[in-house]
Ligand binder design. Structure first.
Ligand code: NDP
Length: 449
């Protein structure tokens, strides 16, 4: 049995009750086969794979808080510190009822490679709780966040572990958590990212994931001698990533014609009016049907269902899934290929199913997964850490300029890694390999730890 298979077997035995974690390890290790085969003796002797699939530590704790009726509630808190070979642990805090150890470990494992790809010194971690912020009052949210940090603060720090937002953890929650950390430790340090601008947040963080996605897409197209100007984009989602992907697409000369939310989708052949979209989604927090009501050129369709391909039924050159996981399936991929799509670059995490990814790759579509394509978000969080350490704030242009460089470097690195290991054009494998190589080199240099 080869080294990869041996480790996969052992991970399955040890973590049989963690399906999401097993899936993530399986997918990453499969794509690392070329680099592992080429270095098998060295990696085996140093137990590199056994070490990289085992978190440095997994912290689980009780989070008691009092609701508005005076009732004590109890949630479970998690922080998995996966690997800090190249920098302090970094990864978001997810607040959602579905959160369990398997999901946090899956996200923390993936984060090691994504963070490594950013070229910045950040290790991998993830955390959260099964707390559901939906329908809670501001006071209840604050009570939860304060209790959560009252335990978590023991394990985090600006040079140790720097959590960020994720699903359910936005600016409000980060603010409450930061306040509690400061109160307990008496330290004013960059221990969390995604902070408000008045207390250490970074300009351009809001735009970073969407802008970064387009910088990377542009680098990919340029490398294949394709000009992004005039290209029609199908975008899904109408949230933070989608809005700023649409904005940057225009700035680069492309034409985004779709967007979607959880109730329906828009086709606007004249091009999405991004200012109107911001007004509806960021200010009014309304449904997309309001967009169509305000814009005569737009067609509104009810929610995508199994027979309906939603935004992926529109003829486009560039597909940019920016909504949610598993939103682009095999049938959607067939529709995109039939309509002549050139590239699919993922703004969301895991929006394309495994079968759809394979189909797109086999049919010559340029495909870059979220690990590389949406890394602009975490990269800019790391830039927030740098600004906090310097006690300086950079201008929007400075941060945006660095983001552009980072995304172009990420593309160059994943393309190069794929070429070096004989899988040219497979940017999914290229991303895993490039992210893995840097971490492994650091682990080897640091000895057995
Ligand atoms: P938001 O919550 O701001 O936006 C998500 C958007 O997708 C919303 O408009 C939502 O609709 C829509 N949506 C959700 N489910 C569906 C669905 N089934 N069909 C169509 N539309 C749907 O999230 P973000 O934009 O921040 O994140 C989007 C994705 O990008 C997630 O996968 C996230 O993990 C990933 N990501 C985000 C980063 C960031 O910096 N924000 C960084 C890296 C990855 P509605 O308005 O109705 O809720």
């Amino acid at each position: 049995m080869g080294y990869v298979d041996e480790v996969l077997e052992s991970v399955k035995k040890k973590n049989a009750d963690q399906p999401e974690f097993l899936q993530a390890v399986g997918e990453v290790l499969e794509s690392l086969r070329p680099v592992v085969d080429a270095n098998e003796e060295l990696y085996r002797k140093n137990a590199i794979l056994e070490r990289i699939v085992e978190p440095d530590r997994q912290i689980m704790f009780r989070v008691p808080w009092v609701d508005d009726k005076g009732q004590v509630q109890v949630n479970r808190g998690y922080r998995v510190q996966f690997n800090n070979a190249i920098g302090p642990y970094k990864g978001g805090l997810r607040l959602h009822p579905s959160v369990n150890l398997s999901i946090i470990k899956f996200l923390g494992f993936e984060q090691i490679f994504k963070n490594s790809l950013t070229t910045l010194p950040i290790g991998g971690g993830k955390g959260g709780s099964d707390f559901d912020p939906k329908g809670k009052s501001d006071r209840e949210i604050m009570a939860f966040c304060q209790s959560f940090v009252t335990e978590l603060y023991k394990y985090i720090g600006a040079d140790q572990d720097v959590p960020a937002g994720d699903i359910g953890t936005g600016a409000r929650e980060i603010g409450f958590m930061y306040g509690q950390y400061k109160r307990i430790t008496n330290l004013y340090e960059g221990v969390l990212t995604g902070k408000g601008l008045s207390y250490g947040g970074s300009l351009a963080r809001t735009q970073a994931t969407g802008y970064g996605l387009l910088y990377l897409t542009n680098a990919l197209l340029r490398d294949h001698n394709i000009d992004i100007k005039g290209k029609i984009c199908a975008v899904s989602g109408a949230g933070n990533v989608a809005i700023y992907a649409i904005e940057k697409a225009y700035q680069l000369g492309a034409k985004p014609v779709t967007c979607s939310d959880s109730t329906g989708w828009i086709y606007d052949p004249e091009g999405i009016d991004v200012e109107l979209l911001k007004e509806i989604k960021e200010v009014k927090r309304a449904r997309l049907s309001e967009y169509a009501a305000a814009r005569p050129s737009a067609q509104y369709h009810e929610k995508k269902n199994a027979e309906d391909h939603g935004v992926w039924s529109i003829k486009c050159d560039l597909a940019l899934p920016c909504a949610t996981q598993n939103e682009l399936n095999l049938e959607d991929a067939k529709m995109l290929v039939a309509n002549g799509v050139i590239s699919v670059t993922e703004g969301a995490n895991m929006p394309t199913t495994l079968e759809a990814t394979k189909y797109l790759q086999e049919n010559g579509v340029l495909f870059v997964g979220g690990k590389a394509a949406n890394a602009g978000g975490v990269a800019t969080s790391a830039l927030e850490m740098s600004q906090n350490s310097e006690r300086l704030s950079w201008t929007f242009e400075e941060v945006d300029g660095k983001l552009k460089n980072i995304m172009e470097t990420i593309y160059a690195n994943i393309s190069d890694a794929a070429k070096r290991y004989g899988v040219e054009g497979d940017y999914v494998a290229g991303a895993n390999i490039a992210g893995f190589e840097k971490v492994v080199n650091a682990m080897l240099a640091q000895g057995v730890c």
